[in-house]
Design a protein around this ligand. Structure first.
Ligand code: SF4
Ligand code: SF4
Length: 407
């Protein structure tokens, strides 16, 4: 039986919100979102109105089927809206929440953080995700403002403020062509900062110039003019990066430092839902709502052909459970090439993100993931450890026992 048919409402509706669309005070070279502003050339201010905020909060809360609700504020740079916008959001959450537990998280580049922001986040239990690409030299290679000025010191200052106020935060680091050869420098940097939740995200983009001035392509676009963006990470180097990082982590950090991809791999090893969509069986769980109410299938599929509708004309439930969005979710498995279906690691990889599936297999079939070689290397490398941790979990013992074996 078709899974999407029996359980479309098994998961809560989840939509990330863009209070300022793609507007940002930085202009990082590899940003996949900056150019999304070009989708709205006729709108002057890409700012979510308070009317739309109220409509969204009311509807989002009304369509939840669970007692705990998560709001995620995303960008662009969401701190380009003033604190008053988020205070209003909290008021509305209270007004329409019906006593449910409501959590908020916000993803920021960290450069606009102040004491006032941090006090606000602490008082209201926000989880703050900070984008920082490791040590200064790595970070400043691509994370700069429009004038080309680097951002590292402002981000570090922002992190210091979060720590000073005791705000819960995690780090998101982009692994690219420039820093991929330095996994241990990366990892030690985060450990020295005592950052315990770390997400390493490989960057892969293909670019071509479109008539509207945008550059990013969907995997469906196949054209001789399309090229791999120069900042993209090399697949085999990505595998080597993960292996080196894992070797360090598995020696002494299991259970104290949390690397999202390692947790997700272990989750798949034991048959649990992984905490990151790229490793999950299905897509389409997290929609994205732009500043004007347009809803898209996923943060990485904000393309006109993946627009689900607008909250002014369709309900969130209608759009998130529309046949199109369900098909978007199902396609992750349905479009796997034979090489993935026959792969020993399919259960752990699930073909990774469809955005990266633009290669052809050796047999000439389309849809192979650009990062495949790297992931195969990583899964083969960690398999004995994952097998061990799985046995420990099944026996009711802590997976951290893996640190006691002879590494
Ligand atoms: S397309 Fe990629 S980023 Fe989007 S839900 Fe699927 S795996 Fe996640
Ligand atoms: S490792 Fe490669 S072949 Fe195996 S499932 Fe992942 S992308 Fe497919």
């Amino acid at each position: 039986m078709n899974n999407s048919f029996i359980a479309p409402f098994a998961r809560p509706v989840y939509v990330m919100v863009k209070p300022v669309g793609s507007v940002c005070n930085l202009a990082c070279d590899y940003c996949y979102y900056l150019e999304k502003g070009r989708l709205y050339p006729d709108i002057k201010n890409h700012i979510m109105s308070e009317q739309l905020l109220e409509k969204f909060v009311r509807e989002y809360l009304a369509c939840q089927t669970v007692p705990q609700v998560l709001f995620t504020w995303h960008g662009g740079e969401p701190l380009m809206r003033p604190i008053s916008f988020y205070r209003k959001a909290l008021e509305l959450q209270k007004k329409y929440g019906g006593g449910r537990q409501i959590d908020n998280c916000i993803q920021t580049n960290g450069t606009l953080l102040t004491d006032e922001w941090c006090r606000f986040f602490k008082e209201n239990n926000f989880l703050v995700g900070i984008s920082i690409d490791g040590p200064q030299e790595f970070h400043d290679e691509y994370r700069r403002n429009r004038q080309g000025l680097p951002s590292y010191f402002k981000v570090r200052k922002g992190i210091d403020l979060l720590k000073k106020h005791g705000v819960e935060y995690n780090a998101m680091a982009v692994v690219n062509d420039y820093n991929v050869d330095y996994p241990l420098e990366f990892y030690h940097f985060f450990k020295e900062m005592d950052c315990r939740y770390i997400q390493f995200a490989p960057i892969v983009e293909r670019v071509a110039l479109h008539h509207d001035g945008t550059h990013l392509t969907t995997p469906e676009e196949q054209d001789a003019a399309i090229r791999l963006a120069p900042f993209s990470v090399d697949s085999e180097k990505w595998g080597a990066f993960l292996c080196a990082l894992f070797d360090e982590w598995v020696k002494e950090d299991v259970g104290t430092y949390f690397v999202q991809l390692f947790d997700a791999t272990l989750a798949n090893w034991v048959g649990e839902e992984p905490g990151v969509c790229t490793m999950a069986q299905r897509c389409g769980h997290a929609g994205v709502m732009e500043f004007n109410g347009d809803l898209y299938a996923c943060d990485h599929y904000v393309f006109p052909e993946y627009k689900l509708g607008n909250i002014h004309t369709h309900s969130l439930t209608e759009m998130m459970y529309s046949p199109r969005q369900i098909a978007f979710g199902d396609n992750k498995q349905a479009t796997l090439p034979g090489e993935c279906r026959a792969c020993d690691y399919l259960f752990a990889c699930n073909g990774e993100c469809p955005k990266n599936r633009f290669l052809h297999t050796a047999a000439g079939e389309p849809g192979l993931n650009y990062l495949c070689k790297g992931y195969k290397k990583f899964f083969a490398h960690v398999a004995p450890y994952m097998d061990f941790m799985k046995r420990e979990i099944l026996a009711g013992r802590p997976p951290a026992n893996v640190m006691l074996i002879d590494n």
